[in-house]
Design a protein around this ligand. Structure first.
Ligand SMILES: *Cc1c(COP(=O)(O)O)cnc(C)c1O
Length: 390
């Protein structure tokens, strides 16, 4: 199948007839798979024949989801995990054994940062975290020798942009494995593998699922590398269940529609906020004034539905503003059909001190805003009335 993304989202993993002619994937809530013939069973168990043995390893419903992301990311192979952090931790711990060296960014997702700052050093892995947009420094650290380069772009919460092609080229010279967390962009807006990455990761909990009703993680890329992570996951058990896999695969059928809508709405909202007298700064890679705009334009086909902005004034203004918004859930997470918002101070960066947040360029009055699929005129009116309250 050589289809476009909107078609793959619907048909990926679903081209063969399901039992009884069902046109949606059955939810295979079964732990194990029975065989009438021992030779058959043995052939499947030893990989000589395709089939399923035990749902910690593979499951037909889960397979549908894995096939969708494999095709959307243009990958040789893909596997799934119970959560996005499952995908990230399994990947990092598969390749980063004691004595290895990893180079990454200061602005990775909070949970990922914890792995870099606490768990990997405890495992005698050397971790080098660079200023996120300092490409020269990143190249220099890669050149010193590095087993794995871990990137994320756009980043959380200030939407910094990292040049995947440039850094992947530097990594290739050293035989470094390049991993990119593509959660914020989604495979509709950005395909890291086509830019030189070896592996790409998603928190499927966010845009892929799209409805905030299931959690999951996905890894796609080079078959040999994916197989190594699969062998690790098979044993440590961070597997995805059939129920959430069904919900995520179902959500993904509308992925392109949702992302196109969210791209368009976010750009309108970012322009509106940028021009508003009560707004201090807007962080959205689609704005020409964003520092990473040119790189974003070269590696993304849309700028996504995530943005952040700071208000003029203090944290009291943030409270008044957020409490006045009506079309929003004040909640963690992102990428849902409904708009979500919150200050990094209480969500993604709650563990940091005010000083640490300042060093990461996160103003105390910053608000992260995940644009939903509501009518954009309604969202603009809602933001406008809430800004009038401060
Ligand atoms: C949410 C998120 C994760 C973690 O995913 P979970 O499904 O919550 O475990 C990783 N990376 C990014 C960029 C995220 O937004």
């Amino acid at each position: 199948m050589n289809s476009k993304k909107g078609t793959i989202s619907v048909w990926g993993g679903e081209t063969e007839r399901f039992p009884e002619g069902a046109i949606t994937p059955p939810i295979f809530n079964t732990v194990t798979f029975a065989y009438d013939d021992l030779d058959d069973w043995h052939n499947v168990a030893t990989g000589k024949k395709s089939g399923h043995i035990y749902s910690r390893n593979t499951n037909p419903t889960v397979r549908v989801l894995e096939e969708k992301i494999r095709m959307l990311e243009g990958a040789e192979a893909a596997i799934s995990f119970a959560t996005g952090m499952g995908a990230i931790s399994n990947t990092l711990f598969t390749f980063l054994t004691p004595g290895k060296r990893v180079v990454s960014l200061k602005d990775t997702y909070g949970g990922t940062s914890r792995i870099f700052l606490d768990f990997l050093p405890a495992n005698k892995v050397e971790v080098m975290l660079c200023d996120t947009t300092d490409h020269e420094k990143l190249e220099a650290e890669i050149a010193k020798g590095c087993d794995l380069l871990y990137l994320e772009t756009p980043t959380n919460p200030t939407l910094k942009i990292v040049d995947i092609k440039r850094l992947a080229a530097a990594a290739k010279k050293k035989g470094t494995i390049v991993v990119v967390d593509n959660t914020f962009a989604t495979p509709i807006n950005q395909n890291p593998l086509s830019l030189g990455a070896d592996l790409t990761i998603h928190s499927a909990t966010k845009y892929l699922c799209g409805h905030s009703d299931a959690m999951g993680g996905l890894l796609a890329g080079n078959a040999e590398l994916v197989r190594k992570v699969y062998q690790f996951r098979e044993i440590n058990g961070a597997s995805l269940g059939a129920d959430p896999a069904y919900l995520i695969a179902r959500g993904m059928k509308t992925l392109e529609l949702r992302i196109e809508r969210q791209n368009a709405s976010a750009l309108k909202i970012a322009r509106f906020l940028k021009a508003h007298s009560k707004i201090n700064e807007v962080f959205y890679p689609g704005l020409e004034t964003h520092v990473g705009h040119e790189i974003a334009k070269s590696q993304m086909s849309g700028f996504g539905g995530m943005m952040s902005f700071s208000l003029k004034g203090n944290y009291e203004n943030v409270k008044t503003f957020l409490h006045s918004l009506k079309l929003v859930h004040l909640a963690a997470s992102l990428g849902s059909v409904s708009t979500l918002a919150g200050p990094p101070k209480t969500t993604s960066h709650v563990e940091l001190t005010e000083e640490q947040r300042r060093l990461l360029g996160i103003p105390e009055s910053l608000i992260r805003y995940s644009v939903g699929i509501e009518n954009v005129e309604d969202l603009l009116a809602d933001l406008s009335q809430a800004l009038d309250k401060i």
